[in-house]
Design a protein around this ligand. Sequence first.
Ligand code: GLA
Length: 688
Amino acid sequence: MRRWSEGQPGLAFGADYNPEQWPAEVRREDLRLMGRAGVTLVSVGIFSWGLLEPEPDRFEFGWFDEVLDDLHGAGIGVSLATATASEPAWLAQRWPEALRVDADGVRVRFGSRQSWCPSSPVYRERSLRLVQALAERYGQHPALRLWHVSNELGCHNPRCCCDTSAAAFRAWLTRRYGDVEALNAAWATAFWSQHYTTFEQVDVPARTSTLKNPTHVLDFARFSSDELLGQFLAEKGVLRRITPDVPVTTNFMVGSQLNPLDYGRWGLDQDVVSNDHYLIHRHGDPEHGGIGYDDPRAELAYSADLIRGVARGNPWLLMEHSTSAVNWQPVNVAKPAGQMLQDSLSHVARGADGVCFFQWRASAGGAEQWHSALVPHAGEDSDRFREVVDLGQLLGRLGELRGSTVHNDVVLLVDWQNSWALGGESLPSHRVRHADLALRIHGALRAAHVGADVVPVTAHPDDLAAVLSSYRVLVVPTLYLTDATTAAAVRAAADAGTHVLVTYLSGIVDEHLHVGLGGYPGAFRELLGIRVEEFHPLPDGVAGLLDDGTVGDVWAEVATASDDVEVLARYAEGATAGRPALTRRTLPSGAVAWYLGTSPDDEHLETLLRDVCTAAGVRPVAQASGPVDLVRRRSADGCSWLFALNHGSEAATVSVRGHDLVSDRAVGPQLDLAPGASAVVREDRADG
Ligand code: GLA
């Protein structure tokens, strides 16, 4: 297999490139400006199906030949899309049954993008014909570095409720359960008279009069993720057959919340994991209040650590982010000077071997005309483009980092199935989302300059216990759904000496969403020496005070601790007064099992994380003053680079000695960082 980064002197730098939107003179200017900016990799053809195949089986490759030849002539590599992301008008017109149906039974109409049903045999057949034609025509093209399958699979069509999808769902269930009585047991269908006597009676969980069966809904989410994975694998299969040496990827949408695909599982099938990430600002309106972040760049850091976990620690590719504003939030916040570079470095620090954007040139028309780009509407003579040139130069100087990796002493264990389960209709509290506390814990660690890996359960189907045991500290944040294998892996890590911090609402239900009886948290009761009798979730605006001064939020509960458990803080008031809220237990392995029963204020959360790290012997990445983001990449041959990004509004200092690749000068023993400044220091080696 060829390397996707072959022939790239620095770290890859580029964008989605949509030349079909522009006349020839603009395309010529594009090549000149790409040269000026140091672009090395562009994704082409992502939304070009309608122009590449204007009628069924009539391909128009001439214009595309020219695009690829010109890019190659300019020394720019291509991440070549399979162009299947958005179906052409003729497909929707001739085969309307290939369009998806929403939960209300409404079939979407043509006129947007990615409107296809993931289970449609027509879409599958037509898309694979196109993939084959592209692979045969361009498989040997010298510009080709990487196949880019589809685009953000599942972004707009994560679930489909049409009859074809329902039949595919039944086939999936039949494979999963074999016998309908096994399904009845897993779904607890004795409740509300939902018992099935044959798989034929099972429908997709579309519109119902009230609460749906939660396991039915979860299985449909699993099925839908698998169904889209089937499309990816089918396209990859065609590409492998025709171009066995060319690596294949599809761009993920890994952020901290709300993903419809189990990317832990999907990562296993990528030759290189690639990701799209956008900052999500918190907005006042309720519709967006649920997905915004007070500190979107903290969410970026978490997501970049998570995508590295999806890539199982390997370097990955940032396929898209934005130079400035996006076009799909209520107010599209632009990035101040310097932030594009710092956001890019935040991804590189966390393992990205390339930085790309949506998109090269801002569109004059079409649905995304207000999205920022490397070349803004103002053109070349703009601060934004000058920043783009600076970024290109910097990435060109960072080539020595390629292939280096990040490994921290602390790991957070996360799981997409948990975000689906905790997105359900009927739960103890809708204020609990799977990633909220994980994100806050990640932030508290960053504040202490401690790095964290974020590992998805499903990225390690065979080696989860070994992976978890390689860390000094394992955090299990809100892992509501914990199957027996995962519980055993956590236990094995603790037995091997890994300190474990489990938070509230973890280990409550199994893979069928059945509650572990006899006191929560069934999966971790023995490990923690904690037995919870009743949950007392806190409404919005109601604080749960602890006797050590902590202001708790979101959660409280009635728990008892066994004799060998040290209670560090108790609830101070209300129905849970006097009950343990924060505990620690020393295990025979010497490791400590911590339990946290509420969501503490920032100060107490930071104190707790510092205590956990101290007990486990975890040290900061480096010594620094102020809110500096610190991450270290290391190469197999013993080189290391310290990334220091000053996100604060005050000057900061970092203890480091070496050569800063950003300013291109020697630094140390102390590095001074102005507000908003960044450094990437190749550290002097102890051996000289
Ligand atoms: C996604 C898509 C792009 C574009 C951007 C806009 O990442 O892949 O095609 O729509 O969003 O932010």
